[in-house]
Design a protein around this ligand. Structure first.
Ligand code: ZN
Length: 272
């Protein structure tokens, strides 16, 4: 399935010939999650696109439409080119994420947590929508960082992004760190930057001890974090994949559900 129409409902698991194959697979996914006391969730861009946040590499993704924009997220360009930083700050001010609201997919994971069965929620998203939906920040690992904070590349200062964006709105095109004068950046992990070791350790440890690994809205093509799925499976966990398009790891899964995440995740998590 190569087409990229928004909201496509293509079902990509072979039906058993009885009833609606989509319903069968949602039911199977619901059963697997329902039988699992300790669920670890891995989410990607697909859970936030319905909140109006574009993904980066999809058919209408930010970098697909404007390859130059990828430079803004590459650490070597960012540190060496003031013009790249000025463009990055402008795009942060204009980011659609500031107006985005969590959707039913985020809410479904809050319900799973409320039922006492969510061990850890690892997200590749930097939008903070899981916490806005009500997920306990203590159970959320933002493996690629957060757009809601700014950080200094020299002294490590961190603070709310909006305070730095206010300086940009007031006319500072490339605001320096107020502590040390260093270069400020969104507290996201750029290309060329390392992931936080402690976050990786926590994610893989949880994956090794869970009953079910539930992957939502991720193509499972970004490493090393996608390795959580085969890692969990090798440790005996069952795997459920919910994604609009097939993933490279569908073959590992006990259930694979296509379609719109906001419409199916509530049922799968026992919330609807
Ligand atoms: Zn500093």
């Amino acid at each position: 399935m190569l087409s990229g129409e928004a909201g496509n409902n293509v079902f990509h698991v072979i039906s058993n010939g009885k009833g609606n194959p989509m319903d069968d697979e949602v039911e199977r996914a619901r059963a697997v999650v329902g039988e699992s006391g300790r669920v670890v969730v891995l989410t990607g861009a697909g859970i936030s696109t319905e909140s109006g946040i574009p993904d980066f590499r999809g058919p209408s993704g930010v970098w697909t439409k404007d390859p130059e924009a990828e430079k803004l997220a590459t650490i070597s360009h960012y540190l060496s080119e003031p013009d790249v930083r000025r463009r990055a700050w402008r795009s942060r001010v204009d980011h659609t994420g500031w107006r985005a609201e969590p959707n039913a997919g985020h809410v479904a994971l809050v319900a799973l947590e409320a039922a006492g069965r969510l061990e850890l929620l690892v997200t590749q998203n930097v939008d903070g929508l899981h916490q806005l939906a009500g997920s306990d920040p203590g159970r959320v690992v933002e493996i690629h960082g957060t757009m809601r904070e700014a950080t200094c590349m020299s002294c490590g200062w961190r603070g709310p992004m909006q305070e730095t964006l206010d300086r940009v709105r007031a006319g500072e095109e490339d605001p320096p760190c107020l502590v040390c004068g260093g270069i400020l950046k969104s507290a996201t992990i750029s290309f060329g930057q390392s992931l936080v070791e402690a976050d990786l350790d926590r994610s893989f440890e949880a994956a090794s001890m869970c009953d079910c690994l539930l992957a939502v809205g991720t193509s499972l093509a970004v490493f090393p974090i996608a390795q959580m799925v085969p890692f969990a499976a090798a440790a005996g966990a069952r795997v459920v994949i919910v994604n609009g398009e097939p993933t490279a790891m569908d073959g590992l899964a006990d259930a694979v559900v296509g379609g719109r995440i906001s419409e199916v995740l509530g049922t799968i998590c026992g919330a609807g």
